[in-house]
Design a protein around this ligand. Sequence first.
Ligand SMILES: [Zn+2]
Length: 398
Amino acid sequence: MKPLDWTVTARDGNARTGTLTTRRSVIETPVFMPVGTQGALKGIRFEWLEDEIDARIILGNTYHLFLRPGVETIIEFGGLHKFTSWNRSFLTDSGGFQVFSLTELRKLTEEGVEFRSHLDGSKRFLSPEVSMEVQAALGSEIVMVFDECPPGDAGYDATKASLDLTVRWAARSKARFDQLQAEGMDSGFKDPPADTGGSDLSGKQSLFGIIQGAGHLDLRKESLERTVEIGFDGYAIGGLSVGEEKSVMYEVLDFIAHKMPEDAPRYLMGVGTPEDLIEAVNAGVDMFDCVIPTRNGRTGSAFTSQGKLNIRNAKFATDDRPLDPDCSCSVCRRYSLGYLRHLYQAGEMNASIMISHHNVAFFMETMRRTREAIRAGGFQSFRKEFLDKLKANATGGV
Ligand SMILES: [Zn+2]
């Protein structure tokens, strides 16, 4: 039995809609996946995500969950779904990105990466095998291979060497993943409790490969070919939005996305702004994740159809309009800019919660409109209108 089902349902240029079905949810693409770093979306309860925002898949971070609460605790609960009570799909990253970006002290070898936990300084180790074992214990529907993430400004030779290592690690990830699936996924850890019902540990995860190569197009192409040769259920573009110029990111996307296999979902990791999402869909990408809706929400920054808005701005003090007149989320239906600004200025946690809520709802709504436009064959006019509105605001239009 296949771990996931993927069907392309409409095309408009390189942009496409599709249906991704896991054992836990049916996901319409292009999709934005909110990030639940520590097993929770910051400020947003799962009830809101399910009932109102209608997220069908969220991310969990292997690095963070590996360090805290730790794999043993999650196995004790019978997997990440039972632990968190999120019953729809999870995609877990491999932990690689965090190891390379969060930890100062690390030792990279062919075998894996030794690093010190950012929590208590303890010595830890991640490798393709360990990452697969941790993600098996988490029980996510989509597992990512363990890759090396070179910095955005890495030179050609360093990028090539990193890419070679990532390909070797992808093959090792796949080998260990296949073993774990055959063994019922919990091998390498103690037996799961008998009452899990087996649903979290039933051996039906899928594995995505990751294409690296920084801004070097020939290396991107080589990475794609060698990753496809190993063979995965889906393919991701990694190593973008890591400090390179935006034009480089768009150039890589336009070059590589439509070359990725038609018959598998394409996932752009860790990107990005609403504008980035629309441009990546235009290049042929199906899936996204990013922390910015909640990160910006916490600092009072809202994404709207008219561009970005800072709730601290004094001009909103007596403004009785919603955050975004075009948004139908529960925050915009009920609360005014002036009230939200007051809450933010007063240090009330509701300000961060409500702006984060709106931001996630806005990203989801943007993807819903994108899917509609593609299905109707009007993606290019939708894209132009969407980007023009943002531009008008950036130049002082609103
Ligand atoms: Zn809203």
